[in-house]
Design a binder for this molecule. Structure first.
Ligand code: SAM
Length: 283
């Protein structure tokens, strides 16, 4: 396990993933009934962008910094509001800090909701645990995220979202993602599953999407942002959402088009929102 998210916190992929996650959480909060947030590869939850890891890559300068510096129309501002509200709440608009996915969820969830966070890296697990030690809604466990996907499905509440955000250090991680989704969906067919994936080569992504189609899972939404050419490192970032909240597809179209414009220097990048299976109907 070499991957440390501190080197990448606040990069363009985080902006996309976290802004969409915040919208999903907002939709879940439309009902008063409690729901669950599961994060199977949680990271440390809060990042110091002035620290040596983040400074070494400077990735946040091309992600969250560019995003916050860009002009937004009122409509776009509204779409990003839940994400920006969290950035403001933790001071990310004025200080070099950035909230990870557990912090975004913890900021948005209500007293009746619960969070389960798995992080296997020993040091990162300790950091995450100490970050949330006073929050009774949160349980942090040092367990394998792939086991957590299965073990935590379904939660007691039967409502909620599971973010599966592995580091993609191993070659078979796309296949593992599909396999884990199938098992979890079998146990929790109404759960919202959000799967992050890197966009490096066209072939890899198309094979992944074809594999998802073969699962027969009925409602799968694909959202992708590509800022660079295929075949040259991390060209883009993707999020698969199973059982997406109604309206997410429409919202994501506006959000990703905006990010494709403001997160690049020159020509705009590419935004893609399409159904892998199913269609836009309320769940
Ligand atoms: N979800 C986080 C966010 O958006 O802020 C970022 C997570 S980062 C991409 C992936 C994390 O998974 C790393 O912190 C890494 O230590 C952890 N990890 C790697 N293998 C794991 C495993 N088998 N089980 C649980 N966590 C793992």
């Amino acid at each position: 396990m070499n991957y440390r998210h501190a080197y990448h916190a606040g990069n363009f992929a985080d902006v996309m993933k976290h802004a969409l996650l915040a919208r999903i959480l907002l939709h879940l909060k439309a009902k008063d009934t409690a729901f669950r947030y599961h994060d199977t590869h949680a990271g440390i939850g809060y990042y110091d962008l002035a620290g040596h890891e983040a400074q070494r890559t400077g990735e946040a300068n091309f992600g969250v910094r560019r995003f916050l510096d860009a002009e937004q129309s009122p409509g776009i501002e509204l779409l990003f509001k839940p994400y920006v509200d969290v950035l403001r709440a933790v001071g990310a608009h004025v200080h070099p800090v950035y909230p990870g996915s557990p912090m975004i969820a913890a900021q948005m969830l209500r007293p009746q909701d619960r969070l389960m966070l798995a992080e296997l890296h020993e040091e990162d697990h300790c950091a995450l645990q100490s970050r949330f030690r006073r929050d009774e809604r949160v349980k942090v466990v040092a367990m394998d995220g792939w086991q957590a996907v299965r073990a935590w499905s379904p939660p007691l509440e039967r409502r909620g979202v599971m973010l599966i955000d592995p580091p993609f250090e191993q070659k078979d991680e796309f296949q593992r993602l599909t396999k884990a989704l199938v098992e979890a969906h079998r146990r929790w067919a109404t759960g919202i599953f959000a799967l992050w994936y890197p966009v490096k080569t066209r072939r890899e992504v198309e094979d992944f999407v074809a594999g998802l189609q073969d699962t027969g899972i009925p409602k799968i939404l694909r959202m992708e942002l590509r800022l660079g050419p295929f075949g040259q490192g991390l060209a883009g970032s993707g999020l698969i959402v199973v059982n997406p909240p109604w309206k997410l597809a429409d919202e994501a179209r506006g959000m990703l088009r905006h990010l494709a414009k403001v997160l690049v220097d020159g020509r705009p990048g590419h935004a893609l929102v399409e159904w892998v299976s199913g269609e836009n109907e309320p769940i």
